[in-house]
Design a protein around this ligand. Sequence first.
Ligand code: 13P
Ligand code: ZN
Length: 271
Amino acid sequence: MKNILTAPFVEEMKKVTANMYRLGWDERNGGNISYMLDTNEVAEYLDLNNVIRTIDTGFNAEKLIGKIFIVTGSGKYFKNVIDDPEANLGIIRIAEDGTTAELLWGYNKGGRPTSELPAHLMSHMARLSVDPENRVVMHTHPTHTLAMNYVHELDEKKFTHTLWEMCTECIVVFPDGVGVLPWMLCGTNEIGEATAKKMEEFRLVVWGMHGIYGAGKDMDETFGLIETVEKAAQIYMLTAHLPRINTIKDSEMVELAEFFGVNYRKDFLNL
Ligand code: 13P
Ligand code: ZN
């Protein structure tokens, strides 16, 4: 059996959490990531018959029965993952009943998957129903995106449109736009269900005055989506209080979308 600490998926989790921490997005225990793994690949590192303990999730993830995820731990700091992955990450499998997570590795100093597991697993189910390639769900508190929540209307058409205006490539990177939820109590099945509903339509969902969710087929795509929103939000925050002299016009966004061949939300433009 190979050493799990050398597994590429553990390495990816270490790198991305360290990177996000350095960007200032994941203060304290802020943020969480879940990454669906290939069962055969995990079997190279772990005895899949060895369940360390079981954890009640409090919701039914029927469509994910048997699926294995590496997930950041609740209350654990992104800052610390790189030095102690086994304490700060866990590998779980959704048990036959759909409501139990079987711990196969990790959380070795106690603990459980992120408190946002409902939003993560429900989002995985929603994304997989529209994109069978989806593997990663990421939640974080990016500074400028969050700042923008306080000074910009939390309307998904208007919010997306403003972001698209801030960097030429935004409409190409996230042509499907950004879903927006109002402030809601986090860590609940209700916010999980609301997020998953948006995830049927969007790969990015803003949680009003809290942070953002991203979903994608791998770590790069998912991180890249959030990173691009955050860059656009930063430009917005640097310019919102200044007179606007220039802007990217809607007709130019159409040119971009057509040139790069992306299927964009036409109803989010004012044509
Ligand atoms: P966890 O530490 O439970 O992952 O929660 C962090 C967070 O960002 C809550 O939204
Ligand atoms: Zn959060």
